[in-house]
Design a protein around this ligand. Structure first.
Ligand code: GLN
Length: 339
């Protein structure tokens, strides 16, 4: 993962963010620094995604106090794709609970590409990782509802609550993927053969394909991330979407699995939970502080937005977001504490 941000110093993780005007100018700086990055390739295995303009680029930060900072094409809508996996997972955790989801789906990185079939075979049919296709399809099968219409409605309204506005399906993207998703249908059939999906696998894949086709902006992603950063309350609408415990569990999964087989490099460079999608979206969460949403279609070989990773790495450093970046407790502070 090439997230070289030059000689930008890593600020330590503290209790809060810098003041509003500084965050505003650092978001603008992240956009300007990364705009001319030209690496990566736009996805084309879902035919309509190949029509994306590789120059589209947006960076957005939503703070847990509800303030939003945006730079670039923050109003352009694109399909959420794999980022939906994180939020559907949170909704399923909310209804089934910590132990049931850990047992049925698993919490480990497969170390293999997002659409791997071998990963299922190597693990006796256990999907293992809710952030790649097999685990995500198995997760969508656990969404509460008596019919696939009810399950879809729960996903559509749940993800809209995370975003704070009604999200809609991009019918062109949905049709394009529905006509070419033989591999996901095969994954669902394989899971069925191992007893890992109780419902009609093709209906589950259809709901999964719809959830991936929901249209969002970089600002939506930032607000959705900020909801996970804010103990489950959407900081813009003030409404609770999921519990604080569900946020904690979801963020732990994202830290180890959010960038597919590049998740180790992601955590090493950025030090935050995040999730990418093949249309070029990326959401990153700084617990207790903010959500970051970026959008730029060119991807690295694992399917993560190249400019998005670089802009996020920059923001993680300058805003002091890396959760592993401590600083020594000073002698003066110890004296003040009377120790
Ligand atoms: N809908 C896509 C798929 O299932 C999502 C993949 C992704 O964003 N990596 O192939």
């Amino acid at each position: 993962m090439d997230v070289d941000v030059g000689d930008v110093a890593q600020q330590a993780y503290t209790g809060g963010l810098p003041e509003w005007t500084e965050v505003e100018s650092l978001v603008e700086a992240a956009y300007r620094r990364c705009r001319s990055e030209s690496g990566g390739v736009v996805a084309d295995y879902i035919p309509v995604l190949a029509q994306a303009d590789p120059d589209w680029f947006a960076v957005c930060v939503a703070e847990v106090d509800g303030s939003v900072h945006a730079a670039g094409d923050a109003g352009i809508e694109f399909s959420i794709q794999s980022i939906s996996k994180a939020f559907v997972y949170a909704l399923v955790c909310e209804s089934l609970g910590h132990d049931a989801v850990a047992d049925r789906i698993g919490v480990n990185n497969t170390g293999l590409p997002f659409n791997s079939v071998i990963a299922i075979e190597l693990n006796d049919g256990h999907p293992m990782n809710p952030m790649v296709n097999a685990g995500a399809i198995a997760t969508t099968a656990l969404v509460p509802g008596a019919t696939s219409v009810e399950r879809w409605s729960a996903i559509e309204s749940g993800l809209s609550e995370f975003a704070g506005r009604p999200l809609q399906v991009d019918e062109t993207v949905y049709q394009s993927e529905a006509q070419t998703n033989q591999r996901n249908r095969a994954i669902a059939r394989l899971l069925e053969s191992y007893g890992r999906i109780d419902l009609d696998p093709l209906e589950v894949v259809d709901v999964y394909t719809r959830q991936c086709s929901l249209r969002v902006t970089a600002t939506d992603l930032a607000v959705m991330g900020a909801t996970l950063a804010d103990g489950g309350v959407n900081p813009v609408t003030g409404r609770r979407v999921v519990s604080a415990g569900v946020c904690r569990d979801t963020l732990a999964i994202l830290a180890s699995t959010g960038a597919y087989e590049r998740s180790g490099e992601w955590l090493f460079e950025i030090g935050l939970p995040g999730k990418s999608g093949v249309a070029g979206g990326l959401v990153t969460i700084a617990p207790g502080k903010a959500g970051i949403g970026t959008f730029s279609p060119p991807l690295d070989p694992a399917g993560n937005s190249v400019r998005g990773q670089r802009a996020t790495a920059y923001l993680s450093r300058v805003l002091g977001l890396n959760i592993f970046a401590s600083q020594a407790h000073t002698l003066a502070a110890r004296r003040k504490d009377g120790r």
